[in-house]
Design a binder for this molecule. Sequence first.
Ligand code: ADP
Ligand code: MG
Length: 454
Amino acid sequence: MDKNELWQALLAQIQFNISKANFATWFRNTGIVSKEDGSIMVSVPNNFSKEWLENKYNKLIFKILRSLDDGVKEVKYNVTHTETKPREIPPNPAPDDIYNNSSQMEFTELKVNKETNLNPRYTFNNFIVGPFNELPQAAALAIVRAPGSIYNPLFVYGGVGLGKTHLIQAIGNEIAKKFPEKKIKYLSSEKLTSGIVSSIQNHSIDKLKLLYKDLDVLIVDDIQFIAGKEKTQEEFFHIFNGLYERNKQIILSSDRPPKAIASLQERLKSRFEGGMIADISLPELETRIAILKIKSQEKKLNFPDEIIEYVAQNIQRNVRELEGALNRLSAYQTLNNRIPDIETAKILLKNVIFSPKKTTNPENIIRTVACFYDLKDNDILNVSRRKEIVKPRQIAMFILREELKSSFPFIGRKFGGKDHTTAIHAHNKIAKELEKDENLAEEINLIKEQIYSI
Ligand code: ADP
Ligand code: MG
């Protein structure tokens, strides 16, 4: 058996030993690079696959390889950065292409695609799978292989911060990669609603319908928000049917199952229930540890197991909070140039862990932002174009919006009677910068930490 045959034989066997979802996650883009004197070097696409294979699957891999070739003495893993290929239509996309077709996160440009509204940061590659999300992930992979033909619609539901947006956007991104000719659109339910409402007002609803009709994949996030909006539901029903009848893929997410969405028309409920409903539940301890480890590696952080376990034990509600905890620890590390010890970690995470319900108010946010930048409250409230004030002011507006969901007109009024477009501009600007500036993200996390520590 040459090295390729050996690895193929291993993959064939390993598939029966682990879940499909785990297989897809950890074994795609792997292979044997060399086999010398019984020493096998396995290439893996990134560091977290490496650690995962070494820690979790090495025994199994070794056992299987040895059973196939008793000359095998040891297995090692090495990260090989495959080059990102230009997008092209494969001549005959193989159904299982997904296993070989991953993008390297390092090379991903983190810009929202104007055409599809998809954020390339959400991929299957960096989507961690455990029992809590195995079913929706498997359904998602099946859809990527053959959009529109298996589960339609796919309805993913689960609590906040559990990865719904990540997963449904990953489907869009992967389909875009596999089938570049397909037209894909990702929308929040608010965008969907505002599009429908304004085209009713402008008498251009037929034009809007044509736009949707043209799509191959429609993804709507947080669909529960169309509850109670009769006109939107009415039009969405027709949009849905138009796509569905032509076997176009529809993917929806919600914080609850269709039957639990109050004031949702029965006919929409039954449409939503007509495909695959998959829920994301809470990740259990082992998965939380895995998530923390993988995410720390992505951020090139190396926290001791003791800290990782402390976080995993104490933060149980969702993945977003796990990420938040890591950000705090990492901000500390950046500022102090050393890894926090467990006692420091406990202090840093006190608020996340012991205050189940976080509350604040606009005054507190403004005071904290001002204080963070060594300014007086009035400095950031008043109109000034001084550079050192513009940024804190925009950050304060951003946090008001994010944390309190304050309306833009309200925010505008608070900040020197500006109109709402100023607030929208500030919010967009910071949101955009956050996409590429990790330091800013850390800065804002620190501010939030202070906001909630009072
Ligand atoms: P939801 O839409 O359910 O509220 P998100 O998709 O916005 O949740 O996820 C919150 C954060 O947690 C995002 O940064 C996302 O990338 C991350 N996340 C959630 N689930 C996973 C997962 N399974 N693997 C990796 N990251 C995840
Ligand atoms: Mg979401």
